[in-house]
Ligand binder design. Structure first.
Ligand code: NAD
Length: 325
């Protein structure tokens, strides 16, 4: 039997230390493009594939692989990887679920305060010489008087809730499809309808799945408390952009802060870009120095799988991907 080193393909940037770690177990190839044709060619003969956000690892790519053992995703969301196709072929998918939790929670809270205290609108008016008008038109409620409604009480939802409850004394409602278990802050589980009706701030922390695609559409927005605000730092596809623009224009929704968009980026002239009371950031939720650095940790799990050891952060937990005791 010929004993050859593993072949490891990278499609996006990983730092030098991470690449060096991979080189200890195999030959590393860095692709200069991550389109499907290039990817299919590259995975045909590789043992590990490492991607970040921009590479789409489709069923067709996965089916082109002859001896792929592991796909590593430096980041949190897995919607750019056909996890089912990988699972059917017995290919492990590993990722870095904790990498961005604090960075996204921090941004979410920043957006919350910006919306509640009119920071964006005041900033624009001050620059236009409308200092006194901005001041006169901005006397708001305090954070401790407000109720935040968290849709998706997972890692990021909990980090946001902890900041809101323990930091600002806000009332915390949440909705999830599974129980988050014991929580170290005061909060109340409610239905989505109750959450929309009662929250002053609704913030989304769900993955993009069949059950969350366009979760916030016109029907959901109609249930929101009048004047409440929406924050989306999850995935753009969770919100219907046109319905959101209409609710903002109509004034039924008091404001929206978005880090993620559908499509992303929004084309010039999109109604949402023209809607009032909005704060936008260019998908920077995970972009803290520490957060990006933590995404390189995916190489640890890639190496573990190549060496026949159990990964620490598999995309699914069952007998196909054994986890350590
Ligand atoms: P997580 O898996 O810990 O939490 C997600 C929660 O959503 C889970 O508790 C799950 O049960 C719940 N959920 C799923 N479907 C639901 C539904 N229909 N209704 C209510 N709850 C539902 O994930 P996380 O680490 O908290 O991350 C959440 C999402 O944030 C990621 O999937 C990713 O899309 C997004 N994200 C964005 C950025 C960014 O840069 N803006 C960075 C990291 C993560």
């Amino acid at each position: 039997m010929i004993n050859r080193p593993f072949r490891i393909v990278l499609t996006e940037a990983f730092d030098d230390t991470a690449v060096e770690k991979l080189r200890t177990v195999g030959e590393v190839v860095v692709l200069d493009a991550c389109d499907e044709a290039r990817l299919k060619e590259a995975v045909a003969d590789c043992d590990a594939l490492l991607v970040r956000t921009r590479t789409a690892v489709t069923r067709s790519v996965i089916e082109s692989a002859t001896r792929l053992r592991v796909i590593g995703r430096g980041g949190v969301g897995l919607e750019n990887i056909d996890v089912d196709a990988a699972r059917q072929r017995g290919i492990a998918v590993v990722y870095t679920p904790h990498a961005s939790t604090d960075a996204v929670a921090d941004l979410t809270v920043g957006m919350m305060i910006a919306l509640v205290r009119n920071i964006g609108r005041c900033d624009a008016m001050v620059r236009k010489g409308q200092f006194w008008e901005a001041r006169g038109g901005s006397c708001t409620r305090e954070m401790s008087e407000l109720t935040v409604g968290i849709v998706g009480m997972g890692r990021i939802g909990q980090a946001v809730a902890r900041r809101c409850r323990n930091g600002f004394g806000m009332t915390v409602l949440y909705n999830d499809i599974v129980s988050p278990g014991w929580l170290d802050f005061v909060s109340t589980p409610v239905s989505k309808g109750q959450l929309y009706a009662r929250a002053d701030v609704v913030t989304l922390h769900v993955p993009l799945t069949d059950s969350t695609r366009k979760l916030i559409d016109a029907a959901a927005l109609n249930q929101f408390k009048k004047g409440s605000v929406l924050i989306n730092t999850s995935r753009g596809g969770v919100v219907n952009s046109l319905a959101l623009a209409e609710a903002l224009e109509a004034g039924t929704l008091g404001g929206a802060a978005l880090d993620v968009f559908e499509p992303e980026p929004l084309p010039t002239g999109h109604p949402l870009l023209l809607a009032p009371n909005t704060v936008f950031t260019p998908h920077i939720g995970s972009r803290s120095v520490a957060g990006l650095a933590r995404m390189n940790d995916v190489v640890e799990d890639v190496v573990r799988v190549l060496q026949g050891r159990s990964p620490l952060y598999p995309a699914w937990l069952d007998e196909d991907v054994p986890i350590p005791p």
